[in-house]
Design a protein around this ligand. Structure first.
Ligand SMILES: [Fe+2]
Length: 345
């Protein structure tokens, strides 16, 4: 197997390839390095089959979409990933074929709800779930230290002790560790109970990264241009949230809010379907099309998307435009479907 880290910085991007067939996958590419990655793959005569993000990144713009546009690589993320334009959603246990290689997907949420790790030939790409001598912070929206502990101890630490660990970030110049070493020496995990781990993670006191607004919302929405001015943290945290069961109860009573679906048009008709009677305006078109909703400024509007993340952005935008009763559907169409509720396609 060809295996190489391409950035030599704090953010790690990995190229893994089959030496015989020259098929390859790139994991966690940075948008600003897209041209360099294509040059490296071409130099080694690799065909890029997959551009994979281990999770929705908060500290850099993802390069998966730019790479896919230039190379025809398939964009891969976990099924909980909020962004549109993911060609292949994966789940725990799935395998990706990269020539003769089999890349196994392990669902490892906690740093984000959409975290995956990738295992291939004794190499484990841990994203920001397990770092060398650390773990990815769990205090961003959707983070969950308990789930992170369960994923690390219940899934990653079940792999052989000599499995090589390659994280998506390292701030201390480390390049590689092993599962055995992290089990025994990782200061957040070794000899700590689940409750102790949660307490450690809840008391890290880290500041938010500089570019979190630009990077996170761009990666969550795959909006690369200036078509949408993203709301700030205060606007987002002010969004009123409703659960799937609350919305279902409202709809059953015939007490009907306007349901506004802000996914791309192709998602509105995809396997998750849409709520009967909902109106479709993709997020990227919302700033221009909000004028068409002018007569709904006093109406109750529930905004819906895939995972409830893009719709939070849309709800904050509408609220700022003077819409008075806007609510976000928490968990989006993923949870709506998981609850077994009916959809149209
Ligand atoms: Fe991250």
């Amino acid at each position: 197997m060809f295996f190489r880290e391409l950035n030599r910085g704090k953010c790690k991007t990995y190229l893994l390839g089959c030496e015989r067939t020259r098929h390859a996958a790139i994991v966690d590419p940075l948008k600003e390095n897209t041209a360099r990655y294509i040059a490296i793959a071409a130099y080694h005569a690799f065909r890029l089959d997959y551009a994979i993000d281990t999770h929705t990144h908060a500290d850099h713009r993802s390069g998966i979409w730019d790479l896919a546009e230039s190379t025809d690589a398939t964009v891969v993320m976990d099924r909980h990933a909020p962004a549109p334009h993911v060609d292949l959603h994966v789940s725990n246990g799935d395998e990706l074929e990269v020539g003769d290689l089999r890349v196994k997907v392990l669902f490892t949420p906690g740093h984000t709800p959409d975290g995956i790790s990738l295992y291939v030939e004794g190499h484990l790409l841990t994203g920001d779930t397990l770092l060398i001598n650390g773990t990815g912070r769990a205090d961003f929206p959707g983070g969950d230290a308990g789930k992170q502990y369960d994923a690390i101890t219940g899934s990653l630490f079940k792999l052989a002790d000599d499995t090589l660990v390659f994280p998506a970030h390292d701030y201390r110049g480390n390049r590689c560790s092993t599962i055995g070493r992290e089990k025994t020496t990782n200061p957040r995990l070794a000899r700590h109970t689940r409750d102790e781990y949660i307490a450690i993670m809840n008391n890290l006191g880290l500041p938010l990264p500089d570019k979190i607004q630009e990077a996170l919302q761009a990666n969550q929405t795959a909006i690369e241009d200036d078509s949408v001015k993203f709301p700030d943290v205060a606007q987002l945290s002010g969004v009123h949230q409703a659960s799937v069961s609350e919305l279902r109860a409202r709809l059953a009573l015939g007490n009907l809010p306007i349901v506004l679906d802000v996914r791309e048009v192709e998602e509105y008709h995809d396997e998750l379907g849409h709520i009967a009677g909902s109106r479709s305006i993709p997020l990227r078109a919302l700033p221009n099309e909000a004028g068409k909703l002018e007569n709904l400024k006093q109406s109750e509007i529930v905004v819906v998307c895939r995972a409830g993340v893009r719709s939070s952005t849309a709800a904050a935008i509408l609220t700022a435009l003077g819409f008075e009763h806007v609510t976000n559907l928490k968990g989006g169409m993923l949870e709506w479907n998981e609850a077994g509720l009916s959809v149209e396609r």
